[in-house]
Design a protein around this ligand. Structure first.
Ligand SMILES: Cc1cc2nc3c(=O)[nH]c(=O)nc-3n(C[C@H](O)[C@H](O)[C@H](O)COP(=O)(O)OP(=O)(O)OC[C@H]3O[C@@H](n4cnc5c(N)ncnc54)[C@H](O)[C@@H]3O)c2cc1C
Ligand code: FES
Ligand code: FES
Length: 483
């Protein structure tokens, strides 16, 4: 074993961590802030997990992380290049080495039989991701299979032969598949059966000292490790995911309370969220990859304050309230007054975003979210926009619109909303909003498009909202002619 990082316990968080790595129990005092990828490759010399971009884009570093929930282990695929080691305490970390058996699994065999690997650099991550997809017990679909591959870059074989492996894999995997049936069918090794009991024996709390106050609070780490991955291992960090009280979604009367640590995947799969925003699965599938969505939190999206933050835009239109806490106090404020300027927030350094609360829309309220990016999947927006609207007899009674990519902050379009209030939904009324909209936004030229292009998108997305939500009142051809 070659230690990677020279320890200086004054400068980073050191805890005694216990977790299962494949079949082996690990106890380590390696710094909690190093990423799992470095621990695997550099400390343990377990090099099946590949290092590509270190930014969550290529998927070569994909591993599964299993967590014991109600005596069962639930596995999620994550990018190990953005996963702090400290979060693995009490979990099961599965790498490609932990999936290998004396014969190829049906997933590995399909990849070989269809010629879906050449240099093989991307292959371990793909095998791990596909295993994670099939182990969930959902019905396997070609679409789900393709979306799983969306989190992986293959530069020499391409995706056609991988997609051709779908039928062969499906033959082996029934819809009620889980760990037990995966073991019986030779998809994963037998040792998986003992993992729940072994995890239950690992104590809940890790031991050791945590340096306070933290210099960085880390939620999913999908922004922070990209921005500051070089210094986090040497910094005092607070791993927010060790605060389980921020991981709930609860309905209280007509309000939905969402813990700030809820991930994009958890949010979009929750029945109360689906009731409130019926198309949420479709929207979230256009954000990042499965591996990122398994880690990225709502709180991180809001606090990172990217002007194109996809979820923050939706939550602005949903009339969300933010609950901010520190050791001594708690306060709430509307998300519409949270953003003060580029990456400037109404938040003190010691405050943690604990919860997001939004009203559950009534049956007369319609919601739509739109995103335009250079690629449909795994790309950030050029412009994104969310609208929540309540109409009665074709008259707009309430309206909330937020837009990203058109200002230094995720922007609530107050003036445009004020204009729409009380108007009948017609082509003329919608076109009447455009001068106000153009005055309210200030996009800049950047790699996601020129300012002029973004101004055009802003207009198109308003049209898209109304034509999608009110086809009985306005149609696309009303704005663009019959063709
Ligand atoms: C490959 C890739 C693709 C991506 N695609 C998209 C995309 O399509 N759309 C999009 O919007 N974003 C995208 N992102 C950005 C990112 O995934 C999201 O912004 C995500 O929501 C960040 O959440 P996190 O939990 O990972 O935040 P972290 O990285 O952990 O934290 C981000 C910031 O917020 C702070 N923070 C986090 N939680 C809290 C809290 N509860 N209280 C106080 N401070 C907190 C942290 O200190 C840090 O400053 C992508 C990222 C990657 C790497
Ligand atoms: S190394 Fe590319 S996603 Fe992690
Ligand atoms: S097989 Fe070479 S990158 Fe995919």
């Amino acid at each position: 074993m070659i230690p990677l990082i020279v320890r200086d316990s004054n400068f980073y968080m050191v805890q005694e961590l216990h977790f299962l790595l494949n079949e082996t129990e690990i106890s380590t005092t390696a710094p909690s802030g190093i990423v799992a990828l470095d621990y695997l490759r550099k400390n343990l010399r377990l090099t099946g997990t590949k290092e590509g971009c270190r930014e969550g884009d290529c998927g070569a570093c994909t591993v599964l992380v299993g967590e014991l929930i109600n005596n069962k282990v639930s596995y999620k695929s994550v990018n190990s290049c953005l996963m702090p080691l400290g979060e693995l305490h009490g979990k099961h970390l599965v790498t490609i080495e932990g999936l290998n058996m004396s014969v190829l699994s049906p997933i590995q065999k399909a990849i070989v039989d269809k010629g879906a690997t050449q240099c093989g650099f991307c292959t371990p991550g793909i095998v791990v991701s596909l295993t994670g997809y099939t182990i969930k017990g959902n019905r396997l679909t070609k679409e789900g299979f393709k979306k799983t591959l969306g989190g992986h870059l293959c530069r020499c074989t391409g995706y056609r032969s991988l997609k051709q492996g779908f039928d062969a894999i499906k033959e082996h995997i029934s819809s009620e598949s889980g760990v037990k049936s995966h073991v019986e069918k030779g998809i994963i090794p037998e040792y998986f059966l003992n993992i729940p009991a072994r995890l239950a024996r690992i104590s809940e709390k890790s031991s050791g000292k945590v340096e306070t106050p933290a210099e960085f609070v880390i939620a999913g780490g999908t922004d922070l490790y990209v921005q500051k991955g070089d210094i986090l291992p040497y910094s005092r960090i607070d791993l927010l995911n060790t605060h389980p009280e921020m991981k709930n979604i609860v309905r209280k009367n007509n309000l939905l309370h969402v813990g700030a640590l809820i991930t994009f995947e958890e949010f979009s799969n929750h029945p109360e969220v689906i009731k409130a925003v019926p198309a949420i699965r479709e929207y979230i599938s256009l954000i990042a990859s499965t591996q990122i969505r398994n880690r990225a939190t709502l709180g991180g999206n809001i606090i990172n304050a990217s002007p194109i933050a996809d979820v923050a835009i939706l939550l602005l239109a949903m009339e969300s309230t933010l609950i901010l806490k520190n050791d001594n106090s708690m306060r709430s404020l509307p998300i519409t007054s949270f953003y003060k300027g580029y990456k400037q927030l109404d938040k003190t350094p010691s405050e943690i975003l604990a919860e997001i609360i939004f009203p559950i829309p009534d049956s007369a309220t319609r919601i739509n979210w739109e995103k335009v990016s250079k690629r449909k999947y795994l790309d950030v927006a050029s412009v994104n926009c969310a609208l929540k609207i309540k109409g009665e007899g074709g008259i707009i009674k309430k309206i909330h619109i937020a837009m990203g990519g058109v200002a230094p902050i995720p922007l609530f379009l107050k003036n445009t909303c004020d204009y729409f209030l009380g108007k009948q939904i017609t082509r003329n009324a919608i076109e009447g909003a455009f001068p106000i909209l153009q005055n309210e936004i200030s996009p800049i030229d950047d790699i996601r498009g020129s300012s002029q292009y973004k101004r055009l998108l802003a207009r198109q997305l308003i049209i898209a909202h109304f034509t999608r939500l009110f086809p009985e009142a306005v149609k696309v051809k009303d704005f663009y002619g019959p063709n």
